[in-house]
Write a protein of this length. Structure first.
Length: 86
């Protein structure tokens, strides 16, 4: 389940669609209202195509360095990546 301050939804696309349609602020504090959706660029990776191979380090409590693998058809590449955990 995903949510901001309002109702919870089964997926991020459902949450974004609700926010766009309702015109309500994302959070009371930010007062940000979603108006124009931005489509994913053709060069952006799909989440299903990235597989975490291993965690290779931790910079702090919130930042993890990982070594994911990206696959596109029969091609595979190893990448370096860092993530933030809230």
């Amino acid at each position: 389940m995903v949510r901001f301050e309002g109702p919870a939804f089964n997926s991020v696309p459902d949450l974004v669609a609700y926010q766009l349609k309702s015109g309500l602020p994302v959070t009371a504090r930010s007062q940000v209202i979603l108006k124009t959706p931005v489509a994913k660029e053709t060069w952006e990776l799909n989440n299903d195509d990235v597989v975490l191979i291993e965690k290779i380090g931790r910079v702090s409590k919130q930042k993890i360095i990982a070594r994911p693998s990206y696959k596109l058809g029969r091609y595979r590449a190893t990448l370096a990546m860092s993530t933030r955990q809230n």
